[in-house]
Design a protein around this ligand. Structure first.
Ligand SMILES: Nc1ncnc2c1ncn2[C@@H]1O[C@H](COP(=O)(O)OP(=O)(O)OP(=O)(O)O)[C@@H](O)[C@H]1O
Length: 233
């Protein structure tokens, strides 16, 4: 059974009289627990794909099955539950609440889902136990991204969607964050999808889906993905 199965999906934006295919007949599968890199240049359609997978946007053609359930058959309430319970989001600019402490930013997930993972344990896993009483503004960018990963994991989602998670970080910190995501993917067996324009990350994926102009140019699987520490960019 696949965690995600995309069958000929298309997303079309209508601008004036013009139809813009952000995605055109895209098909792929992702297995439960896979660490997947979606790679492509600016404008390729990566964010569009991530937004559809996350239930933030809807597709126009084709179908996506997540855990064998078709996203297009979900009504508004079901999509809201899907976003709240099944998906953890990690964004490029962290999106933390500045007036809440590290602990409170993560514990906030209790308001969204009842059965969250223990906040203390997750903060320890991401190396932030000592920082739990600090505010986001008192942390480095890498530490703030750790908080956002802790927040996403704490919900105990099936899928982690990460949109350019290292885009705002220097290369060493970016590598630490990717390493953490890979470790958490393995430890908690979470299907993890990283969207990036950085081709250096590609060898670290169990699967690499390359997108250009809204279509898939290649899908490569690595039986032995590279350790992120060995990557240079
Ligand atoms: N709301 C919209 N209305 C019209 N066109 C859009 C809209 N959103 C995206 N597009 C177009 O769809 C295409 C794919 O955009 P998308 O943001 O998914 O690319 P991307 O690969 O994520 O790029 P980036 O790395 O720069 O974020 C682009 O041509 C973009 O201009």
């Amino acid at each position: 059974m696949f965690m995600i199965q995309a069958n000929n999906i298309s997303k079309i934006y209508h601008v004036g009289s013009q139809d813009i295919y952000a995605l055109k007949q895209v098909s792929f599968t992702i297995e439960d627990g896979e660490f997947v890199v979606i790679l492509g240049p600016s404008g390729a359609g990566k964010s569009t794909l991530l937004n559809i997978l996350g239930g933030i946007d809807v597709l126009d053609e084709g179908e996506i099955l997540v855990n064998e359930h078709a996203l297009s058959k979900k009504n508004e309430q079901q999509l809201c539950d899907y976003r709240a319970k099944e998906i953890g989001f990690v964004f490029q600019f962290y999106n933390l609440i500045p007036t809440l402490t590290v602990y409170e930013n993560v514990a906030l997930m209790k308001d969204i889902k009842k059965d969250i993972l223990p906040v203390h344990q997750i903060l320890e896993d991401v190396g932030l136990k000592e920082h739990k009483k600090q505010f986001p503004g008192q942390l480095s960018g890498g530490e703030q991204q750790r908080v956002s990963i802790a927040r996403a994991l704490c919900k105990n989602p099936n899928i982690l969607l990460c949109d350019e998670p290292t885009g705002a970080l220097d290369s060493d910190t970016g590598k630490m964050i990717l390493s953490l995501l890979q470790n958490m993917c393995r430890t908690y067996h979470k299907t993890t999808i990283i969207v990036t324009h950085n081709a250096a990350i590609a060898p670290c994926g169990d699967k690499v889906i390359s997108i250009h102009n809204g279509t898939i140019s290649s899908i490569i699987t690595h039986e032995h993905p590279m350790d992120i520490k060995e990557v240079e960019w």
